[in-house]
Design a protein around this ligand. Structure first.
Ligand code: HEC
Ligand code: HEC
Ligand code: HEC
Ligand code: HEC
Length: 473
């Protein structure tokens, strides 16, 4: 597609799904009942003998205890089953809204979610993220189960019970298929594999492209620290602070940003590579989900602030990722980052992007190299002290509101919250902070760009300044 062509289609486009569209963290997962009624009864009927099933993990002596007094590791499976959004990820594919996605994509209608063609479609396009690809079709009903985050059940086998195993620390994961969610970087990588996407040959083909989004899939704006806060933890929530120190919220945010950028750039490089090498039957290039949605789309629901502003570039490579990455890279490395970003955007953000997939791949890989270096080098750098975090937070708080895009504003806010949370863990019961601030994020930002206005940032800034004052002794 050429730029002019696209522009004429997009001007005036209304996002039919606008009202329910963006980052639905606040939305309850129960809002849609499965179209098929026999779903819940089927859900946990998996064979104990089947080594790909999580049934063996869920016995009452292991992770399936319903006893409120039992240690959390014993209740982990029940917490997941009862409260975890991932446990409903497949049943959400058996709802009207998922059926509509398929109908729009395939230009046909289905009489029921039990239609075989529909189930095959789900297998091809959806289960890689909405279920455990290790399982059989019956097990899809369990959604994104333990195995998507912890690795195949059979890899855990019966050797993870002993104290000796625990004593091996990080080494206990070496050379196995078990995934290490304790380590923050590999935890982040597990999440972004679905929440960003993963087209690496060894992955199961996890991708939400513009076709899927245009058909109604929600966009994906992942931020590790915010998502971990929103996630109903089935583990001891003090564990991270015990393992990584009291400023772990900031740590999780920083690692989350770097790993998010890494996953985004890997995805971009894979897409560009496939477009460059398989011209004839390759993918449409550029892939529009690589760009900020609001370059092309705006709400017609009301005269949004976006429309009142001087026009933004039509092609604007991933404002969400870049805004977050900027905050997570130390000042000394900012100019190198800026240069690499400029090199990438000089290709992606022009009308020639479509004819330069290989150039995109190279520029993406160069920026990826920088991000990988940051991930590696930060291990040998000193973690910031409390005073450093306080002064970083002051700098963030003083940043100009200007006319920040929704992406930049939300990342800015997430950065401040992470800094604040790692300060208050010291002297305040952190629950107070996390409930107020998480609520605030949801109301002001994560409800999405539809209700967003840069002017609201100032009241948030005041609110955060107040919270910061409270953390000072
Ligand atoms: C196998 C893919 C996969 C992995 C791995 C994964 N998620 Fe998810 N996640 C999903 C899907 C799919 C949904 C949407 C579920 C639904 O509502 O149908 C989701 C939803 C969520 C939600 C709820 C979002 C909302 O809008 O309410 C949170 C929070 C979340 N994930 C956090 C995480 C975190 C943290 C990790 C890593 C520890 C992670 N996820 C790993 C696929 C995954
Ligand atoms: C690359 C992984 C991935 C693939 C592939 C994928 N999804 Fe999703 N899906 C997600 C994630 C992650 C979320 C949660 C987004 C969030 O809230 O941050 C989600 C959310 C959704 C939701 C909203 C759920 C809710 O809570 O209301 C629906 C509906 C949905 N997906 C349907 C589909 C359908 C249908 C397909 C296949 C055509 C599909 N998805 C393919 C990752 C994926
Ligand atoms: C979306 C990703 C995700 C899914 C799905 C998931 N877990 Fe976890 N789990 C985590 C993370 C992150 C942690 C915290 C870090 C750690 O201890 O590894 C964790 C921790 C645990 C712990 C350690 C608890 C403690 O405090 O000692 C157990 C046990 C556990 N999970 C079991 C399960 C079981 C059983 C299932 C499925 C029924 C499951 N998990 C599903 C991500 C996930
Ligand atoms: C470079 C321009 C461009 C960007 C960037 C872009 N889109 Fe689109 N979008 C289009 C065009 C053109 C169409 C109509 C043709 C089509 O369906 O592909 C469209 C259609 C849609 C539709 C269907 C609207 C309708 O009324 O039928 C949705 C929803 C959508 N896009 C969502 C998104 C989201 C979410 C993003 C960001 C992740 C995004 N788009 C990024 C150009 C863009």
């Amino acid at each position: 597609m050429h730029r002019g062509q696209k522009y004429s289609i997009v001007v005036g486009i209304s996002l039919i799904l606008m009202s329910s569209f963006f980052v639905p963290i606040a939305r309850t997962v129960e809002s849609q009942q499965p179209v098929s009624s026999n779903v819940s009864s089927q859900r946990i009927q998996t064979s104990q003998e089947d080594s790909t099933s999580i049934a063996s993990c869920m016995t009452s002596g292991c992770h399936g205890s319903r006893n409120a007094e039992a240690p959390i590791w014993q209740r982990a499976g029940r917490i997941w089953f009862d409260d975890d959004p991932h446990a409903k990820a497949y049943t959400h594919l058996l709802t009207e809204s998922s059926l509509k996605i398929a109908e729009r994509l395939l230009h046909r209608t289905f009489t029921s979610v039990n239609d075989e063609t529909y189930r095959v479609f789900l297998e091809q396009r959806c289960v890689s993220c909405h279920a455990s690809a290790h399982g059989s079709r019956d097990q899809y009903l369990l959604g994104a189960d333990c195995q998507v985050c912890h690795g195949p059940a059979k890899a855990w086998g019966d050797h993870h019970y002993s104290a000796e195993w625990r004593d091996k620390k990080e080494k206990r994961f070496d050379g196995t298929e078990m995934l290490n969610t304790e380590n923050l970087a590999s935890r982040a990588k597990v999440c972004t594999s679905c929440h960003v996407g993963n087209l690496k040959p060894e992955a199961v083909g996890r991708e939400v492209d513009h076709d899927l989004m245009a058909a109604g899939h929600p966009p994906m704006h992942f931020e590790l620290e915010t998502y971990l806060r929103a996630y109903p933890a089935h583990w001891n929530s003090e564990q991270d602070a015990e393992l990584f120190g009291k400023t772990v919220a900031r740590e999780r945010w920083e690692i989350g940003q770097l790993i998010h950028a890494q996953s985004r750039l890997e995805l971009l490089a894979e897409r560009a590579k496939s477009a460059a090498t398989t011209e004839a039957n390759g993918r449409v290039w550029p892939e529009l989900t690589e760009y900020s949605c609001y370059g092309c789309h705006h709400s017609l629901v009301g005269p949004g602030w976006r429309q009142a502003r001087p026009s933004r570039p039509l092609y604007d490579w991933d404002a969400w990722t870049l805004a977050g990455l900027k905050y997570a890279v130390p000042t000394a490395h900012q100019s190198e980052l800026n240069q690499l970003v400029a090199n990438l955007k000089a290709i992606t953000d022009t009308q020639y992007a479509s004819s330069n997939a290989s150039g995109t791949q190279i520029a993406a890989e160069n920026l990826l190299g920088f991000v990988n270096d940051r991930i590696r080098l930060r291990k040998s750098e000193n973690a910031p002290t409390i005073d450093q975090i306080k002064s970083d937070l002051q700098v963030l708080l003083q940043e100009e509101t200007g006319d920040k895009t929704w992406e930049a504003a939300t990342q800015w806010y997430c950065a401040m919250i992470a800094h604040l949370a790692s300060l208050s863990i010291d002297d305040k019961p952190k629950k107070n902070l996390s409930s107020t601030t998480t609520e605030q994020i949801q109301v002001d930002f994560l409800n999405g760009p539809v209700t967003y206005h840069p002017r609201n940032l100032d009241s948030n800034r005041a609110h955060l300044q107040e919270l910061l004052r409270k953390t000072q002794p």
